[in-house]
Design a protein around this ligand. Structure first.
Ligand code: KIV
Ligand code: ZN
Length: 527
């Protein structure tokens, strides 16, 4: 059903009933204040472009008084990024406001954000000003700014620790002097959700027009891990703008994380009668760009954008998700720009997930082979934390293709001392016959490989060699992966052992045994 006048679709009408929450992104200002996160002008521009694609309403692009470079960066953003409002932060001093004027002079839509601390502790120890002086300063500077800015946001810093009546006085003074948005910061992340929600409700009741004609924002820090909860509570109680950063970066423990706020609103639309205009399919891209440019890694278990946010390892969970994704996922990972859920193959994985992974790898096994491969996979999981696709392919190759061990290792003897050319003796058996040879080499592995070539008489060239430890500690298992060119064909070999020389030799013999199998061993001779 559409609007009876034909103006709006049903969807629009539903949306209209909901209140819009404006997303004010401060990744480039508060986020950049995060230790070690500072960005060059070009990097800031890259982030701003992506924030525009993401659909944020306001970008706080920086603090112009910080440096001439900061002014130039904000100017560059203002020239190019035109859909969102571009905002700059200033203290309540005319030099800061002038710097913001300069920084925003090219912006199509601009906002000035001024702040002044109001809490007792900040007044007495930081500003050394009485309440009346704070009010006067705020009024003076907002009026000064009003000569050039129509859109002015005022933040009473440390609002959540400010005496309520004085906070209302400061907010009222700011509105009276020309502020069009009031932002309530929980500067030190001290508030609890119930308390913060009540503060917002109290301010709305106390100050007419707040949250309506005068926009009401919140800016929550994460010192108690409550920044998102506090922001959502404020939204429930009438705030219509949320300040946040990508990946939750920011001073100390950071700011409220944008992706969490947006996806909470999106996912719980049954309870929250609000919406944002964020294009959620840009979330992962934005998160990765910010992490890459700031050098701040996203913790693996971070909600929405962490590497593990859609990864399932437990067999029960994997089975559930494979049967119906929603059993263990409340968000479709594809909506936020991921390719899908991830099944981490490890010791908790079950047969269902293992079979699915084989299918993805293009391997179809009968049930007997599947059982054997699965048992082998489980044994490998006890040795290795993560089992990768190559491991699974190798298991199938070794276990199911059942490569006969034509060439067997009896022993290797290595002599390697500093300053002396390494040498090795390798003793192998082939169908009951012993073959032994010695050789020198560039290193112990090279010496062994040359000795094997002599002993077997099979020409083989090493194309690729890699070694990695698959367990931790002094007795770690070393896994050797090689590629060898035999009879004009590249063949892969792999072996594990606590002794890396033994693993290297066995990987080589694995290649020879594969060749032997493919040749059918018809002649009865080793190739
Ligand atoms: O945390 C804070 O109080 C701020 C203000 C400048 C809004 O970042
Ligand atoms: Zn802040």
């Amino acid at each position: 059903m559409n609007c009876p006048y034909g103006h709006f679709s049903m969807r629009d009408m539903m949306k209209r009933k909901k209140r819009k929450i404006y997303i004010f992104d401060t990744t480039l200002r508060d986020g950049e204040q995060c230790p070690g996160a500072s960005l060059t002008a070009d990097e800031k521009l890259q982030v701003a472009r992506q924030l525009e694609r993401l659909g944020v309403d306001i970008i706080e692009a920086g603090f112009p008084a910080a440096s001439p470079g900061e002014i130039e960066a904000i100017q560059a953003i203002s020239k190019e990024v035109t859909k969102p409002v571009i905002c700059a932060l200033a203290r309540m001093v005319s030099q800061d406001i002038d710097a913001a004027r300069e920084a925003l002079k090219y912006a199509k839509k601009k906002r000035l954000h001024v702040f002044l601390a109001t809490s007792k502790i900040h007044r007495e120890f930081k500003l050394k000003k009485r309440k009346s002086e704070i009010l006067k300063l705020a009024q003076q500077q907002i009026k000064y700014a009003g000569q050039w800015f129509k859109d002015i946001q005022f933040s009473p810093e440390d609002a959540s620790r400010t005496e309520r009546e004085f906070l209302a006085d400061a907010v009222w003074a700011a509105i009276d002097s020309g502020a069009t948005t009031i932002n309530i910061p929980d500067t030190v992340g001290y508030a609890l959700p119930k308390e913060f929600g009540e503060l917002i409700a109290w301010l709305i009741k106390k100050i007419p027009g707040l949250g309506k004609k005068i926009s009401l924002a919140v800016h929550c820090h994460n010192d108690l891990g409550l920044a998102v909860a506090n922001s959502l509570q404020a939204v429930m109680f009438g705030a219509n703008q949320v300040e946040c950063t990508m990946n939750g970066i920011g001073e100390r423990a950071g700011n409220a994380s944008m992706e969490e706020i947006v996806m909470a609103i999106d996912t719980r639309r049954d309870l929250m009668n609000v919406y944002t205009d964020i294009k959620v399919n840009q979330i992962i891209k934005s998160s990765r760009l910010v992490s890459h440019l700031t050098g701040l890694a996203v913790q693996p278990n971070k909600a929405i954008v962490g590497r593990n946010a859609f990864a399932h390892e437990s067999g029960i969970h994997q089975d559930g998700v494979l049967k119906k994704r929603q059993t263990y996922e409340i968000i479709d990972p594809k909506r936020i720009g991921l390719s899908g859920s991830e099944m981490v193959m490890g010791k908790h994985s079950g047969r269902h997930a293992f079979r699915e992974r084989l299918v993805k790898l293009g391997i179809v096994l009968n049930s007997e082979d599947l059982n054997r491969a699965f048992e082998r996979f489980k044994r490998l999981c006890d040795q290795k934390k993560y089992v990768f696709d190559q491991d699974i392919e190798a298991i199938v190759e070794e276990e199911v293709s059942k490569i006969p061990e034509t060439w067997k290792l009896e022993y290797t003897k290595i002599s390697s001392e500093t300053g002396v050319v390494p040498s090795a003796t390798v003793r192998l058996s082939c169908r009951g016959e012993i073959k032994e040879a010695s050789s020198e080499g560039d290193g112990p592995v090279d010496a062994c490989y040359k000795a094997i070539e002599k002993a077997t008489g099979i020409e083989a060239t090493l194309v690729n060699y890699s070694i990695q430890s698959v367990t931790s500690g002094k007795d770690a298992l070393g896994e050797v992966n090689i590629k060898m060119l035999v009879n004009g064909k590249e063949i892969g070999g792999r072996a594990t052992s606590t002794d890396v020389i033994e693993a290297s030799v066995k990987a080589y013999l694995f290649v020879l045994n594969k060749v032997q199998m493919h040749q059918g061993g018809k002649s009865g001779l080793p190739i």
